[in-house]
Design a protein around this ligand. Structure first.
Ligand SMILES: *Cc1c(COP(=O)(O)O)cnc(C)c1O
Length: 313
């Protein structure tokens, strides 16, 4: 069972009508369980699991969750039981949920209002049975998840150096904000300047941005890095204009973006994360006249969700 951290994912140029220098970092090519940012984060969590004496993994997420699919896969590969607490409200069948079943994960669906208590009860029941559960927050939130994207930021810098390029802007889908927090921390640690723009897939401001800020300051505090609060705030751009009320599959602009990218660049996107972010990026670039900038889009994964969307394209 590999616990290696990810090899560097490719950065390639995309064909685009308006943005001449548009690149994509294909995190969906991380070579484990369809990759994506959840695979990059999960490597970190399982490194800790493997070095401890844990015997069960517990996490949280819906039936659409890329995080739960990857965690269930890594647990199954180790022959380790995996319990997933999920919200009843989002428990329909998807390719991700089908795989979680295949991996033998135990899914516990409860009303979203009972999730917190159910997690606590599940963990204490396991401990009372003499088990040693390892809990991973939904979406791989926390310092370990943040670290994964500090590492990713370093890969981007290494690419810039070896290919003699500089990205003025970095865009990506922001959910729990851990990916964004890692990128911003990476930027602070390396002391450079560029716009890192998270496109919210669900949360609205101010909460959405506050959660990212909290992840950033937690990480820096724990690492003992000193920072200027104002500077951190300035670097944290969290756009909540493109959430499509959480339902991307009912939004024609997002569905058109997905078809277009598949046709033009052979790149799969999905309506929950990457399709929304790609569409949001294009709109933002248009309204801010940024088409002459060198731009990097981070493809954060979610290929199984593309197949859920395929029937509606
Ligand atoms: C979870 C997820 C995101 C959001 O990542 P966060 O670190 O939670 O902000 C973006 N894209 C995909 C495909 C995801 O699965």
């Amino acid at each position: 069972m590999s616990t290696e951290s990810t090899s560097r994912t490719p950065i390639i140029k995309l064909h685009d009508e308006t943005i001449k220098n548009l690149y994509v970092k294909r995190e969906d090519f991380i070579p484990y369980s369809f990759g994506g940012n959840k695979a990059r984060k999960a490597y970190g969590f399982f490194k800790e699991i493997d070095s401890g004496d844990y015997d069960t993994v517990v996490t949280y997420g819906s039936s659409h969750s890329n995080h739960c699919r990857v965690v269930a896969n890594m647990a199954a590969g180790r022959g380790m039981p995996c319990l997933i607490i999920g919200p009843e409200e989002v428990s329909d069948n998807t390719y991700n949920s089908k795989m979680m079943e295949l991996f033998g994960a135990e899914i516990i669906n409860v009303p979203v209002s009972k999730v917190h208590d159910t997690i606590e009860k599940t963990l204490s029941d396991l401990r009372n049975m003499g088990k040693k559960p390892y809990f991973i927050q939904g979406g791989g939130h926390g310092d370990i998840g943040t670290q994964a994207y500090v590492d990713c930021y370093e890969e981007i810098k290494a690419f810039e150096e070896s290919d003699n390029k500089y990205f003025d802007y970095i865009f990506f889908a922001s959910g729990t904000g851990t990916t964004q927090a890692g990128l911003v921390c990476g930027q602070i640690l390396s002391g450079d300047d560029r716009e890192i723009v998270g496109i919210s897939i669900a949360r609205k401001n101010p909460r959405g941005r506050d959660v990212v800020l909290e992840s950033i300051t937690d990480y820096l505090d724990h690492k003992g890095v000193t920072y200027n609060r104002e500077d951190v705030e300035k670097r944290t751009i969290f756009l909540d204009d493109y959430t499509a009320d959480g339902y991307g599959s009912g939004n024609k602009c997002i569905m058109d973006t997905i078809s277009n990218q598949l046709v033009i660049n052979g790149m799969p996107l999905d309506s929950t994360y990457t399709g929304k972010a790609f569409y949001g990026m294009k709109e933002y670039v248009k309204s801010h006249n940024l088409s002459d900038k060198t731009i990097l889009f981070i493809h954060t994964g979610g290929t199984p969700l593309f197949f859920d969307d395929l029937e509606n394209l």
